[in-house]
Every structure is written in C-alpha cells, then in structure tokens.
Design a protein around this ligand. Structure first.
Ligand SMILES: NC(=O)c1ccc[n+]([C@@H]2O[C@H](COP(=O)([O-])OP(=O)(O)OC[C@H]3O[C@@H](n4cnc5c(N)ncnc54)[C@H](O)[C@@H]3O)[C@@H](O)[C@H]2O)c1
Length: 441
C-alpha cells in the first residue's frame, strides 16, 4: 500500500543558526563548519554529513548518503549569530576555550571574529560561578522576551537568512521542577509579565524562538522548552522543539554498552561513573544546583535501558552513581572512568573498567550540526512541523523530551533506527524491520 508522502519544501536560501551561549561547544561547531567548507578538515561524527541510509532489500544495493537522500541545507548556506554574557567575539571565545589548534583557528579567524554576541538574557540565580557585562536590562521578563524576538528579526534581516534555527549551547541552569506557572501558555505568559522567579533565561529564549516560528533545540539538561506551556506553543505555532542535553562522552558509552549487556541477559549490580573536567562547563557544574540538573539527566539513562521492573533479578539492586569534578589542568579534555560490576551464569561476578579520554566539545560539535540541519528539515516538512516534540531526534540527547505519559527511548541503536525509519517514512520508502524471511522464499 502506498503511504501519503510528506511534502518537504526545498532548502532554498541561507539558514541562520542562532545560538544562546557562544562558548566551547558553539565555537568548536562554527569553526568546524568553516574548516570543512574550506576543505581543511572532515565533518567526522556527523551523521548527516558522513552517514548513509539503506533503502529497500539488502540485495538492492541502495545506500545513499543521508544528505543526498533528503533536501538538507548545504554547509555553504549556513550563517551564524548568538548571545553571550561576555563580549568576546567567537574567535576570542574559541581561543579561551582552547579546544582547537591555534593554527586551525587562525585559518577560520575571519568568520569567527565577525560573530559578536548580542546582549544575553541572564539571571545569576540560575547560573552561579560566572558573570559577564553583556546582559540585557528590561522592566520584566516579558520585556526581555520581546527584546529577544527583536534580535531574532534583526538577525534574519542583517544576515539575509531565509530560515532560522535556534540551539541552546548556554551553561547548565540550576535544577527546577515544572510547576503551575509552566502548565499552560496562558499561565506562562502571565508569569513572564510578573517576572516570576521560576522562569529561567533559557525558557525566555525558547519562548521568543517559538513565537518567531524558529525551531528550538536544547543542548543542555535544564528544562528550557521541556514544559507543557512551551510544548503547547510549539504545536500551536507549528514549530519543532527537541532536547535535552547532548549525548556525548560517558553517557554515550553507557547507552552503547548497557543495551549490549541487557541483550545478553547479563546482570548489573553497580555502575560507578566519575569525571574530571576543566572547562567553563566544568566550572559551572561545580555549583550543586547546576550539577543536580546534570545528575538527573545522567542518572535516568540506565533505568530506562535496563528496565529493572521487567528484569528484577538482573537489575533491581543496581547501584548507580555519577560524579563530575572540576579539574582545570585538563581543560576541555575530559577523562571519564566507569567501573561496572556485572554478573553472569549462576550469579558469578565480573567487572568492566572504562577510561575514556575524550574531548567534550569535539564530541558535541557534530551533534549541533546534525540537529540544526534536521530541525530545519522538520520545519520544512508537512509531516513533522506540526507535531511539536521531534522525538525521532532522541539519538542526540541524554534526556530525550517525550510527551506526558510516554517513557523516553535511550538505547542508542533503537534511537538510530527510529531516526532512519523516520527519514524513510518521509520519502515513502519501506521501514527496515530486519525480518528478512523474504530472502529465503
Ligand atoms: N560538551 C559536551 O560534551 C556537552 C554535552 C552535553 C551538554 N553540554 C552542555 O552544553 C552547554 C555548553 O557547553 P560548553 O562546554 O560550550 O560550555 P561553555 O561554558 O564553554 O559555554 C557556555 C556559554 O554560555 C554562556 N551563557 C550562560 N548563560 C547564558 C545566557 N543566559 N545567555 C547567553 N549565554 C549564556 C556562558 O557565558 C558561556 O560562554 C552546557 O550547558 C553543557 O552542559 C555539553
């Protein structure tokens, strides 16, 4: 039976990427895109740039590149803007972050130096340990939201962008639970007007983006758009949202390994994870309130993958602990250790040790690229633009947003299948189920 095909508008004109938070991740992303455009490096780690998608039967030999299969924006068409509490342009911010080699940075300096942050909406109650001068003043949070909306319109005009996407790469905000003021769009707007303390800056950015019909992705673990009021706005304005918290270092490893252990019905009695990290993100996460947000995001992963309620013998008593220590000498080069206590046949114990010497922003930058391209695709697509949460992008997040009552899928391989099957679905291709009995007819 032929499915109704989605209509996808072509990716005509420039795509503007708006980023609250021009720190390590965002400058590594922008510098990387420019380096790839100039033929200086390859976009390693980006599914949209390097990945293929199998279509039809294994005997069909059809595996185009994802970027040839779908009308994604071309890297040459990306333009960048953003906000930060510091005045540094992106070249200075990238130099401070110290992620990329100075020689590479020099080669992309003209673009980086031209991106100067707009004044941020900031609240020191949400991000402690840092403070900067480039901050908007407004009579109320409502006024600040209007100022951000104006920034968005001004950027669209000055950059000549035909379309925009916003992605939060700002610091992790203090932990908050959604409350009554976040329950409906009406209560949220009233709370903006009364400058309610439970409206975080990242929510104001998300609100401004959605009101301007700009898709919004959240790379940090704080709530931001993950509250009913903003889900309502996303659907009302037919503007996609997704989040939260880029799935990079240690959690990436967890969501690769845990599904494997469960697949073999091996038990896990303990999973102890610790990190040392010396960048500004690490410094912000020293604050217990910001760490609590991160911890919640990191801890939920194993529970959902291992399903202790379904497998009490194997996972009921699992002790899971995650720590992050700020350790300046390492900068952005994080080291993450995992000690995993597992048990096998007849309950005999075994141990697995992981020592991942990773680079945080190097792992995050390609995710930013994929997300902005795929969110732009979603906004141009008749099937996806009106659904609100883009759960098919869970692949990129530690703590995927789901509608109320639906548990998130954390297993990286299920997430990848979901993402690729969504792309197949959009183009009227058959889902890949891996049944394969037809090969034996
Ligand atoms: N790198 C990774 O692997 C990774 C993985 C998951 C999540 N994240 C999250 O991504 C975010 C960015 O990480 P990073 O390493 O680039 O951090 P960073 O500290 O280098 O950059 C964050 C920037 O956001 C700015 N900022 C803070 N509040 C702001 C506001 N209200 N408006 C505008 N700017 C604001 C800060 O001044 C800073 O320059 C963090 O929340 C981090 O937890 C990173």
């Amino acid at each position: 039976m032929k499915r109704k095909l989605a209509t996808i508008k072509p990716a005509k004109g420039k795509l503007g990427i708006l980023i609250p938070g021009l720190g390590a991740v965002s400058t590594t992303f922008i510098a990387g895109v420019e380096a790839v455009r100039r033929g200086l490096a390859q976009p390693i780690g980006s599914l949209t740039q390097m990945g293929t998608i199998r279509l039809g039967k294994r005997t069909d030999q059809r595996s185009p590149l994802i970027r040839d299969f779908l009308p994604l924006a071309n890297l040459d068409d990306l333009v960048f803007g953003g906000w930060d509490i510091y005045n540094d342009n992106c070249f200075q911010a990238a130099t401070t972050a110290g992620v990329l080699d100075p020689k590479l940075l020099k080669a992309v300096k003209p673009l980086l130096a031209s991106i100067k942050p707009m004044a941020a909406v900031f609240d020191p109650n949400y991000v402690k340990r840092i403070n900067g001068p480039n901050v908007k003043q407004g009579a109320s949070k409502w006024d600040l939201a209007q100022a951000l909306r104006q920034d968005i319109r001004d950027f669209k005009k000055s950059s000549g962008a035909a379309r925009l996407v916003m992605i939060w790469c700002g610091s992790t905000e203090a932990f908050r639970k959604p409350g009554a003021i976040h329950a409906t769009l009406q209560s949220f707007e009233a709370a903006l007007k009364s400058s309610h303390p439970d409206i975080a800056p990242s929510m104001i950015y998300a609100y401004a983006a959605l009101q301007e019909k700009v898709p919004y992705a959240n790379g940090a673990p704080n709530l931001s758009c993950d509250v009913p009021a903003l889900l309502e706005l996303s659907r009302k304005n037919e503007t996609p949202i997704c989040g939260k918290d880029f799935k990079t270092g240690q959690t990436l490893m967890k969501t690769i390994l845990a599904p494997g252990l469960k697949a073999r019905m091996l038990g896990v009695s303990g999973w102890f994870s610790t990190n040392i990290l010396g960048n500004r993100d690490g410094e912000v996460l020293e604050d217990p309130e910001s760490f609590k947000t991160k911890e919640e995001s990191k801890l939920s992963v194993l529970d959902h993958i291992l399903q202790p309620k379904l497998y009490p013998t194997l996972y009921r008593d699992l002790y899971h602990s995650v720590k992050i220590n700020y350790y300046p000498p390492r900068g952005d080069n994080k080291e993450g250790w995992d000690n995993i206590d597992i048990f096998g046949w007849l309950g005999y114990p075994m141990q697995i040790k992981i020592d991942f010497l990773c680079r945080d922003s190097i792992l995050a930058a390609p995710l930013v690229l994929d997300l902005v391209l795929l969110m732009d695709l979603a906004q141009r697509c008749s099937t996806l633009k009106g659904i609100g949460i883009q759960e098919w992008l869970s692949f990129y997040f530690k703590s995927p947003i789901t509608p109320a009552g639906l548990y998130p899928e954390h297993d990286l391989f299920i997430q990848l299948m979901k993402l690729k099957n969504t792309l197949r679905h959009l183009k009227g291709e058959d889902m890949i189920t891996h049944l394969g009995l037809e090969y034996y007819d």
